[in-house]
Design a protein around this ligand. Structure first.
Ligand SMILES: Cc1ncc(COP(=O)(O)OP(=O)(O)O)c(N)n1
Ligand SMILES: Cc1nc(C(=O)O)sc1CCOP(=O)(O)O
Ligand SMILES: [Mg+2]
Length: 560
């Protein structure tokens, strides 16, 4: 072993040799760099992102615009972290990544054997080469191995001298410290609980960055991987199942690069963070058993999307079963009754905690239509000839896709594969009398999410054979929302869950009064509940979704 150990290259790619203080960011400007338009940058895991400049950039670039992240970081010979992780993360997220190398490290899965710092003037030359020629959206920094290199970076990006972090954080859009880094930023305070992380996020926010993500991957007291995102007004607790693996080297660099990539594509901050967290979780899960090197902390595979899904022919693993946790199924009649638009309904459900949304087509129940409702709908002009109905539905679907994308929540379309394709939704939900899942899969391709309604174990098996991603099982309880629906009860739900190779969401008559009983059947395949009337046939969708979300959280933590 050489002179360095892994703790000197922190998991989130911050690297500060003994005599160098961690440093940060400055505003980015295109001035002096020809046609470059630098919108912002991640610096020591922070980012400045100036949305208005995107417009300027699009004007300059009349050809096909490709989002572009510049990473200023160190090379990791083991390719798990640093420049190599940044390149792979950006490639995986469909974003171009240019690189300015600040140091070359000799490292592997055992540790860091050596570091060779790139001369300052050559870092400056690399920066100038990229920035004078290319349209960069986001600059993301990782390992800045000396104050000299930080100064060079500052000088190249904006001509003012470095004083300290207190000058730089106010310019950052986000800083993403892990527990060690957050503790270091706060003078060594102990961070041991989620409440500690919230306080840390608040204190770091007080230093000036617009958003803070305190990453709790190392939080010993939590079964989940829990991160705290704070935007100055609200705290968001972002949880995902902890992936048990030794292959975690480079998660910090990857998360930061992925956030940068999503920002470069135009995402809102919270959405970028959620997508990045989900991406890292999927990559870790995909790579949990790979063996690269003999050391304690291996790298993971960023390019999972290019690989075969061993469980299901050649399909890449893109669906995250934890999205089934709180599944909101809209109902146009109910929204109309309460005088809200579909977009307001969807927004409220997501803000209340819905983790996936299904858009129901504007239709009357197929069987035994309720005369009163039929009269009402004709009166209100909902019942129209098919084509106009489809056009309206497509318009609503497009608006909802936009909202869901901004929040990082998948949007599925009920029944209508044509609409899902036309609005580029994340997938469809089909029933036993709708288009078969095998055909939906052929039409939608490998990446879209497909859910199938199943009441029996045989149907659940067929859904798996057909290439579905999840099962909706119900009606668990009787419901007024779906005419003539057969109730399977908790027993029927349990039987389907026990036999199913696919994750299951329970549906039918579920609300705050009975969701606990549903989740307490305690079968691993059951991932959440799907709800229509308990959200949408109420005055406040936001409040009802919040209530059920809180209850489910409570239930699942006591079930674990
Ligand atoms: C999550 C979920 N599960 C079940 C259904 C019901 O689908 P289907 O049986 O096709 O009935 P309709 O909703 O189309 O009337 C669902 N939509 N979502
Ligand atoms: C759309 C739907 N599918 C069901 C099934 O059993 O497959 S039950 C149902 C309606 C669920 O509405 P609510 O939450 O208002 O009871
Ligand atoms: Mg259907």
């Amino acid at each position: 072993m050489g002179h360095y150990d892994r703790s000197q290259i922190l998991p989130s790619s911050l690297f500060f040799p003994k005599n160098c203080s961690p440093l940060s960011a400055t505003q980015v400007s295109s001035k002096g760099f020809g046609q470059s338009r630098v919108l912002g940058y991640l610096f020591a895991n922070s980012t400045i992102h100036q949305a208005p400049c995107i417009v300027a950039m699009q004007e300059v670039n009349t050809k096909l615009r490709i989002p572009h992240v510049l990473t200023v970081a160190g090379s990791d010979s083991g390719a798990g972290a640093g420049i190599q992780a940044d390149l792979k993360a950006c490639a995986a997220r469909g974003v171009y990544c240019s690189t300015v190398i600040t140091a070359v490290t000799a490292q592997n899965t055992i540790g860091v054997q050596g570091v060779n710092i790139v001369p300052e003037d050559f870092v400056a030359e690399q920066l100038k080469s990229v920035l004078s020629d290319m349209n960069v959206d986001i600059v993301k920094t990782g390992m800045l191995p000396s104050i000299g290199i930080v100064k060079v970076l500052h000088h190249c990006l904006k001509q003012f001298p470095v004083r300290g972090m207190e000058d730089l954080f106010p310019m950052a859009d986000i800083v993403t410290p892990n527990l060690k880094e957050a503790s270091a930023l706060l003078g060594g305070v102990q961070l041991e609980t989620v409440d500690d992380m919230r306080s840390a996020a608040k204190s770091i926010h007080d230093m000036g960055p617009r958003n803070v993500l305190v990453k709790g991957g190392d939080l010993a007291s939590s079964l989940d991987a829990v991160d705290i995102f704070f935007d100055g007004d609200n705290f968001y607790e972002l949880r995902s199942p902890r992936v048990r693996t030794r292959n975690t080297h480079g998660t910090g660099c990857t998360l930061a690069s992925c956030i940068a990539a999503e920002l470069a594509k135009g995402s809102l901050m919270l959405s970028a963070v959620k997508v990045a967290k989900r991406y890292v979780g999927s990559a870790l899960d995909y790579s949990k058993d790979i063996a690269i090197g003999n050391g304690l902390q291996g790298p993971f595979d960023h390019l999972l999307k290019l690989k075969s899904n061993v469980h299901n022919s050649c399909r890449p693993q893109v669906f995250d079963p934890s999205d089934l946790f709180l599944y909101a199924v809209t109902d146009s009649g109910m929204n109309k009754k309460w005088g809200r638009s579909i977009t307001d309904a969807v927004k409220a459900a997501i803000e209340g905690g819905a983790t996936v949304v299904q858009l129901s087509s504007t239709e009357l129940p197929n069987e035994e239509p309720n005369e009163e409702r039929l009269g009402e709908q004709i009166f209100e002009g909902i019942l129209r000839e098919k084509e106009a109905e489809t056009r309206d539905f497509l318009e609503s679907a497009k608006a909802c896709v936009e909202i869901c994308r901004a929040y990082g929540v998948p949007l599925l379309i009920n029944d209508r594969i044509d609409i899902a394709l036309a609005c580029d939704a994340d997938g469809v939900h089909v029933g036993q009398s709708d288009t078969p899942a095998s055909i939906a899969r052929a039409l939608l391709g490998p990446e879209k999410i497909i859910g199938v309604s199943c009441k029996t174990t045989e149907q659940a098996h067929q859904a798996w054979v057909d290439g579905a991603d999840y099962i909706g099982c119900g009606g668990v309880y009787s419901t007024n929302t779906k005419a003539n629906n057969i109730t399977v009860g908790l027993e029927g739900l349990k039987a389907v869950c026990l036999s199913s190779k696919l994750p299951v969401v329970a549906i039918g008559g579920i609300g705050v009064s009975n969701a606990r009983a549903v989740m307490e059947i305690g079968v691993a395949a059951l991932k959440g509940v799907a709800v229509v009337s308990a959200f949408f046939d109420r005055e406040s969708v936001l409040n009802e979704t919040r209530k059920l979300h809180a209850l489910l959280k409570e239930t699942t933590s006591s079930v674990k």
